[in-house]
Write a protein that binds this ligand. Structure first.
Ligand code: TXA
Ligand code: MG
Length: 354
């Protein structure tokens, strides 16, 4: 069961971490599956639980921005940039990638010479990290945590999602701290600062909770895209964040053609789901009124509100008996980048399948 996040539950979770075990905990982005980041065996247990390839790095979470310097190896130039970003966005949904300090186990980085680190703002994540740090003395105090879902599946934004995802581990005693619904609802923005000294700019590896323009306003230069030399990011795999029900994206204009197409015309007994934005509801409803076998689901028109509900909506739809989920594409423009990225990857798993 999920433990209400009393201080007792947090102390018990710290004890589990110190014994090399796993703990699921809330963050403002998504729930994480955490382990002591300085313990290679504990990190291995995260990979095993998720079914994640062991060369994929995980993010280290720390209680306070001031704790990052022990984990990373930076030149004065990179440090100055880090200070600017940390002051502007931490605690919060931003992950920074640096060169890894030699005293930090390579397993946390999937063997790479870099490390991803972030300071979450969720009060329970902070309380857990601070309580863990208080038991560590001079030792490194960070919690390595990917999103608490099976590899490639939809990320969890509430404690019940974690329980659904890891029912077996929960039955064996995995503590799941309950912090309510994650406020941001999609993962952190990831920036690569590991190659500044080689003359590269700051690269955006994953759009997320903080918009690129807000970051550019702080650093005073445009963000670069990832390139072949950039570190591996599993969230950059073409198919990721996927539901189990077949899902496809569709532009609003293509909706009539799609629903008259063979998939839908020949399947007149099963129900399908159409996900759109509130402002599209009336028009879409009129357009497909003759197709009775459809459930319309409207999400907010505001991109941040939409992001907050995205994964919970995907999970809920997956539990329905729909034969297909049709998801209307979101608008162009940077404020929708993170949502568009997740939707594109969620649907990519079903490309070419009918
Ligand atoms: O919002 C988040 O970032 C959530 C919460 C729990 O903090 N965590 C999360 O973790 O999304 P995960 O493992 O699902 O995604 C982290 C991404 C992965 O795609 C991983 O490859 C990338 O961060 N990453 C971590 N360390 C890295 C590194 N050293 N170099 C390149 N990519 C890294
Ligand atoms: Mg993930």
């Amino acid at each position: 069961m999920t433990a209400k996040s009393t201080s007792d539950a947090i102390l018990q979770a710290v004890d589990v971490l110190n014994r090399g075990g796993l703990v699921a905990f809330p963050t403002e982005t998504v729930y994480g599956l955490g382990a002591d980041a300085s313990n290679p065996d504990a990190i291995q247990a995260i990979y095993a639980a998720k079914g994640r390839p062991s060369h994929h790095p995980v993010i280290v979470h720390v209680a306070e921005p001031s704790q990052i310097w022990r984990w990373i190896n930076v030149s004065p130039k990179t440090k100055a940039l880090a200070h600017q970003l940390v002051a502007a966005f931490w605690p919060g949904p931003l992950t920074l990638i640096f060169k890894r300090h030699s005293s930090v186990p390579a397993s946390v980085s999937g063997g790479q010479d870099t490390i991803g680190i972030r300071c979450p703002s969720h009060p329970i994540a902070h309380a857990l990290l601070a309580a863990f740090a208080s038991t560590r003395g001079e030792r490194l105090a960070g919690i390595a945590a990917p999103s608490a879902n099976r590899f490639g599946h939809v990320s969890p934004t509430r404690a019940q999602h974690v329980v659904d995802e890891f029912a077996d581990l929960v039955a064996q005693g995995l503590p799941v701290l309950d912090g309510g619904d994650s406020e941001v609802g999609i993962e952190s923005t990831i920036l690569d600062l590991s190659r500044i000294d080689q003359g590269h700019g700051v690269a955006l590896l994953r759009p997320g909770g903080i918009e690129a323009s807000a970051i550019e306003a702080i650093i005073g230069e445009p963000l670069q895209g990832p390139n072949g030399q950039a570190p591996r990011v599993s969230g950059s795999l073409k198919a990721h964040y996927s539901p189990r029900t077949p899902m496809q994206l569709c532009d609003f204009d293509a909706l009539p053609a799609l629903t008259l197409g063979s998939n839908f015309a020949t399947n007149n007994h099963d129900e399908w789901a159409l996900v759109l934005r509130q402002s599209q509801f009336e028009q879409a409803h009129a357009m497909i009124a003759s197709s009775a076998k459809v459930s319309l689901i409207a999400l907010p028109d505001d991109p941040m509100m939409y992001a907050r509900q995205l994964y919970a909506q995907l999970r809920e739809l997956d539990q329905g008996q729909f034969f297909r989920i049709v998801w209307l594409s979101v608008p162009e423009g940077q404020s929708w980048d993170a949502v568009r990225d997740r939707l594109t990857r969620a649907a990519a798993a079903f490309e070419g399948r009918d």
